[in-house]
Every structure is written in structure tokens, then in C-alpha cells.
Design a protein around this ligand. Structure first.
Ligand code: SAJ
Length: 439
């Protein structure tokens, strides 16, 4: 029996030993679904606090219940360690580490590089490795393959297997989960794709196989670039509608009445999160090495990045029309998380809006039920105001930046002197209301 056949047999019998490298919002849910499928799973993470919590049966990811972790740890299907040497006894490893941007806007590959170097120390014949971290096309073949293959005397597709499968975890979502979200899988060789698909199909419902790792890497970038560009389009529509004196929210609702050929996006104060504003820039960066300028990505990024400034300028104009100056005005920013009803503030446009208001001399406070404190890019730490309605009443201007469902918008509207609504959170109550200006 050859290596491939033997490994596929072990994967189907669930005797293959699994490691998940990086136990964050992608790695932990993935470790859980493999453990629940019956595999023996080891989560490897350099963060000792995560390792300690998991081995105590505690979850630190909202989407993964502690009861689930406790059950799997008690049954012996899941354990955690910071010791990469366990990889010498591992048959299948999935890499789920962050791929942020550097301050210069270039991809920060340091997490992938360091975990690959650790993995390379323990590579042995009969292993399959899958990279899940969103990255530029070519990463798996150009960065991982040499270090895990040739440098270790292994031959990809023969005695070890390497593939890319983009994570599709949407924190907080309950309808599409790690198990039921279709999973794209592309191997360095056909045999790699076959082995990796055989592994993941033991735990996930649907595997969508593609012909190469590059196709899988690019599919993920298309998914998130699609969103980034359409959000940029609708943000520019908001700017154009304001110049035209047309209500962009009415226009979007009208366009969305078309039952085919249209997908609704809504304008806002900018683009937050660790995926949408970042992933497309991995593609535009890679294309520069081919002397190609990714026009749509660059333009959408420019529009989206400018939205916080556009919102603050609109606030300044609206205050001016009411005979007030922004300098010295009490401004309350409502909602700081990067999208509604979650506690994640990464890349949130609220941080830019707060910083820009402060630069214009406004006295800025914020409220967010999910974000008790925050640091703007160069400002001191701020705490969410303790009493929302007192802050609303005392403010010269309330700026709705993130439209959490938890807010009683009618009460806020009744109590506020003036509201700038960048999310149409007030809906009809905010239309043609002298106290309200909408994006
Ligand atoms: N945003 C808008 N207008 C929109 C949609 C989003 O301004 O019409 C803003 C949000 O406020 C946020 C940013 O864009 O600041 C990103 O929002 P998002 O809805 O795209 O949410 P994310 O960043 O959590 O994206 C994730 C992605 N999932 C993965 O990468 C695995 C994305 O592919 C999903 O499509 C998205 O969740 C989702 O659909 O919820």
C-alpha cells in the first residue's frame, strides 16, 4: 500500500492524528469539528493562556461553547499544547494563523513563516498539511512547499501532501457554521487535493475541490474583494447622492426591489474587520510583482479608507448649518465595533471617526455595549460612557457609527439634540427629521 492510500485509509478510519496550528477564531472551531468527528486532535498555540484554558475544558471563542470543549477534552479527543515537537507524531496538520497587514500596507507573513519553520522541523513521510490562512496566490507553493518538502527530502504528492483551503468563518453567524459551510480545497498536486479532501470530508459536509492551491487561494480573495469593492461602490453612491440631493437609502431600497441581478450593500463610515479591508490588499500587492495595478481594489480601498473623513466633514457641515462649531462641541460616537452586535473592534472605522473628531477639537466620548474600552490610533485609552442616555442628552451631536440592535433608537432620537446617522439606524424616523442628518 503506498503512502497516499495508507494515509487516506487512516483519515477515513479516523486513526490519523490531527494538529491544528493556531487556536483562534478559525483554529478552535476547526479543531472541535475534527474532534467531534472522532479524530484525536491536538491544538498547538504559542499563547499559554489559550493552552491552559483549553486543557481545563474552557472556550475563549464566543462561537464555541465551553461545554463542547469540556466534553471533547474529557473524552480525550481534544488537547492543547505550546510544544510544536508533538508534530513528530502527527499525520495531518492545518495552519490557521493570522495574516494581517504591516503598517506599510504590505502582507505580514511572519505568522505563516514562523509556524512553517516549526512544522518543517518535524515533517516526516506520510503527512498532509493544509494552509487555511487567507493569503496571496502562490503562498502555498512558493513559501510552504520548499520548506516542508525539498528541504526535508520529501516529495510532494508522493510521500507528503500539501493543500490550501480558505477559512470561511464568520464570527457570530449561526446559520452557516464550520461544518455546513462549503469548503474550497486545492492541492499542490492532484494527489494532494485528493488526500486533503479525504481528510476534511470526514468532518465537513461539503468540499468544493479545485485544481490547484492557487485556485483556492484566489477563490477566497475573490469572495472578499467582491465585498470590499461593492461596499466601496455603495459608499461612492452615498457621496454622489448627497451631491445630487437624493436619498441614497431610498435609492438602495429601490434597487434592492429587483429580484435578480442585484445584491444589496449599504454605505457606512468605512470598512472594518480583519478580513474585508485587508484580504484584497494581499492580491493587489501580489499583482504589483507582475507589474499589474489592481485598479478596482486600489480605487475601492481609497473610497472606503476615506469614509471616516467624509463622515466627520458631513458632521462639521451639519453642525455649521445649525450654527454650531465642531471645535469644543460634545460629540458622542454610538457603536465602536467594526460591525453590529459583535465585540470585535479590529480596523473599526469608529477609531478613525473618533480620532478625526478629536483632531478637529471636539470633546469626544463613545458608547458601545460590546466594547468597554478602546484605544484610538494615537490617543489615550477611552472608556464607554457609563450612562448612555445621560451622555445622549448632554451631547451636542450623537454620531451613529455602528448600528447595534441593542440600542433603543427611538429613545435616543427623543433625547438627542442632533444625530448624524451614518448607518440609517433610525430608519424612517430619521428621514426628514430636523434633528437628524443621514449619510
Ligand atoms: N459593511 C458595509 N456595508 C455593507 C457590508 C459591510 O459598510 O453592506 C462594512 C461592515 O460594517 C464592516 C465591514 O464592511 O465594517 C466588513 O463587514 P462584513 O459584513 O464583510 O463582515 P466581516 O468582515 O466579518 O466579513 C466576514 C467575511 N467572512 C470571511 O472572510 C470568512 C466575509 O467573507 C463574509 O461574507 C462576511 O463575514 C459576512 O457575510 O458576514
Amino acid at each position: 500500500m503506498n503512502t497516499k492510500t495508507n494515509l487516506i485509509k487512516q483519515l477515513k478510519e479516523k486513526t490519523a492524528r490531527i494538529a491544528i496550528l493556531g487556536m483562534g477564531y478559525v483554529g478552535l472551531p476547526l479543531a472541535v469539528v475534527f474532534a467531534e468527528a472522532g479524530f484525536n486532535v491536538t491544538g498547538i498555540d504559542p499563547d499559554g493562556r489559550k493552552v491552559e484554558a483549553l486543557n481545563k475544558g474552557l472556550s475563549y471563542i464566543p462561537d464555541v461553547p465551553t461545554e463542547t470543549v469540556a466534553k471533547l477534552v474529557n473524552s480525550g479527543h481534544l488537547k492543547a499544547t505550546a510544544d510544536f515537537s508533538v508534530l513528530k507524531d502527527i499525520d495531518a496538520a492545518s495552519i490557521c494563523v493570522p495574516t494581517p497587514l504591516r503598517k506599510t500596507g504590505d502582507p505580514d507573513m511572519s505568522f505563516i513563516l514562523s509556524v512553517t519553520e516549526e512544522l518543517a522541523k518535524y515533517m516526516h513521510p506520510g503527512m498532509v498539511v493544509v494552509l487555511e490562512s487567507t493569503t496571496y496566490p502562490g503562498t502555498t507553493r512558493e513559501m510552504l512547499l520548499p520548506k516542508l518538502g525539498a528541504e526535508k527530502g520529501l516529495t510532494v504528492g508522493e510521500n507528503f501532501f500539501l493543500a490550501f483551503s480558505p477559512e470561511r468563518v464568520d464570527p457570530g453567524r449561526e446559520d452557516w457554521t464550520t461544518i455546513n459551510t462549503p469548503k474550497v480545497m486545492g492541492g499542490i498536486t492532484a494527489a494532494c487535493g485528493e488526500v486533503a479532501a479525504a481528510w476534511y470530508s470526514q468532518a465537513l459536509k461539503t468540499i468544493h475541490s479545485v485544481s490547484s492551491a492557487e485556485a483556492a487561494e484566489m477563490a477566497k480573495l475573490l469572495e472578499n474583494t467582491f465585498r470590499m469593492i461593492n461596499i466601496g461602490l455603495v459608499n461612492e453612491m452615498a457621496i454622489m447622492c448627497e451631491r445630487l440631493g437624493v436619498d441614497v437609502w431610498e435609492v438602495i431600497e429601490a434597487a434592492a426591489s429587483k429580484p435578480f441581478g442585484f445584491m444589496k450593500f449599504t454605505p457606512g463610515p468605512g470598512l472594518g474587520g480583519h478580513c474585508i479591508p485587508i484580504d484584497p490588499l494581499y492580491l493587489s500587492w501580489k499583482m504589483k510583482t507582475f507589474n499589474y495595478n489592481a485598479h478596482f481594489i486600489e480605487l475601492a480601498s481609497e473610497i472606503n479608507t476615506n469614509m471616516p473623513r467624509y463622515v466627520v466633514n458631513r458632521v462639521m457641515e451639519a453642525m455649521n448649518e445649525r450654527g454650531k462649531v465642531l471645535k469644543g462641541a460634545k460629540c458622542l460616537v454610538l457603536g465602536a465595533a467594526y460591525k453590529p452586535d459583535i465585540d470585535d473592534i479590529r480596523e473599526s472605522p469608529a477609531l478613525d471617526v473618533i480620532g478625526l473628531l478629536q483632531k478637529k477639537g471636539a470633546e469626544v466620548s463613545y458608547h458601545d455595549p460590546y466594547i468597554p474600552h478602546l484605544h484610538t490610533h494615537d490617543g489615550p485609552e477611552m472608556n464607554s460612557v457609563p450612562d448612555l442616555m445621560v451622555a445622549v442628552r448632554e451631547s451636542d451631536c450623537v454620531i451613529i457609527v455602528t448600528d447595534h440592535k441593542a440600542y433603543d433608537y427611538q429613545a435616543i432620537l427623543d433625547a438627542a439634540k442632533f444625530i448624524f446617522d451614518s448607518r440609517n439606524a433610525l430608519g424612517k424616523a430619521g428621514k426628514n427629521n430636523p434633528k437628524v442628518v443621514r449619510l
